[in-house]
Design a binder for this molecule. Sequence first.
Ligand code: PEP
Ligand code: MN
Length: 361
Amino acid sequence: MNEQQQVERLSVDEVWNKRPLIISGPCSAETEEQVLETALRLQATGKVHALRAGIWKPRTRPGSFEGVGTKGLPWLQMARKLTGLPTAVEVATAKQVEDALHFDVDILWIGARTTVNPFSVQEVADALRGVKVPVLIKNPINPDLELWTGAVERVAKAGIEQIGLIHRGFSSYGNTEYRNAPMWHLAIEMKRRNQNLPMICDPSHICGRRDILQAVSQRSIDLDYDGLMIESHITPDQAWSDAKQQITPERLNEMLSQIQWRTEMIDAPEASVLDKLREQINHIDDELLQLLAQRMKIADQIGVYKRDHNVTILQTNRWNEILEKGFQKGKQLGLSQEFINKYFDAVHMESIQHQNKIMNS
Ligand code: PEP
Ligand code: MN
C-alpha cells in the first residue's frame, strides 16, 4: 500500500505560500499516540497546513519537562505520512538541526530564547548552510528589533531563502493581561522593514491563556499578518507544557471559522499609508492604556500599605519629585510642560481615587 496516495499532499513550497498560513500542534510532543491523534484531528479540520511540535523545550527553570528529544522525531515523520501535513520543530543547536533534518522535518523555527543569543543563532545558521529548508524566526524575548533582525541576517547569510517571522510577544516584568506583551508597534515596524518576509502571529505565547486567543489572532489578521501558529492538544489541561494556552483541534477549527479574514486594500496607496499610521497610533494607545492600568494596580498595592500603616494618600514631597522628573524627561522627549502637567494631574487624580477606594473600603 502506498500511503502517499491516501492524503492530499501539498509540497512544502505550496504550504509556505498559503495565506493565511496556519500552523498548529502541541507545545510539546509527549507520546507517539498524542502526536498522531493531534495530527489526525488537525487534518480533519481542513484548515491547518503544517503540524508543529516541540521536541527540545527550552524551559525558564530547570526541572520542568524539557521535551522528549530525538526519539520524538519519528513520531512526526509518521504523523506526516498519515496526514500529509508538513512538520515544524524548534531548533536551538547544530545537533538539533542535524537530527531534525535527518528525520525529514519540513520547517524549522528558532525560538524566542535562542533569537536573543547571537552565538546560538550563528551555530544554527552554520548548521543550515547548503540546506534548503524554510526557517521561521521568533522575536527575541526582549523587545529588541536589532536582535531579531540580526537573526534574520545570520540565517539569510547561511543561504536560507525561505525565511519567515513569528511574533510571539515580549517578556515584561510583573503580571499583565498577557503572558508576553504583544507590543504590536514593534512587530509592525519589523514587518515594515522586511516586507518580503511573511509575518506569522503566535497568539498562544502572547496570551498564555485560552480565553483571549481568538481576539489576539483577530488583531494580527487585522494587521495584515500572513498566518497563525497556534498550540493545540488533544487534552489541553493535561499537556506537559503550556497547558493553559492550548486548545483542542476542534476548538481551533471553531476559532478559525469565526475569524474575519481580511485582504489588504491595494488600490488606494495614499489611504493605505494613512491607515497604517493610524493603526500604529491605535496600537500605541492601546499599549499606553495597558501600562496605565498596570500603574494603577501598583497604586492599589501602595494604597493597601498606606491603609495598613495609617499614612496619608497624598505625600506632597513625593508628588513634587514625580512632577519635576516628568518635566525634565518630557523636555528631553519634546513634550511640552503644559502637556506633562495635564498628564500627570490626570494620572495622579486617578491614582488617588484608586487609593481612596482601598483606604476607605
Ligand atoms: C514554543 O513555541 O513552544 C516556544 C517555546 O515558544 P517561544 O520560543 O515563543 O517561547
Ligand atoms: Mn509552548
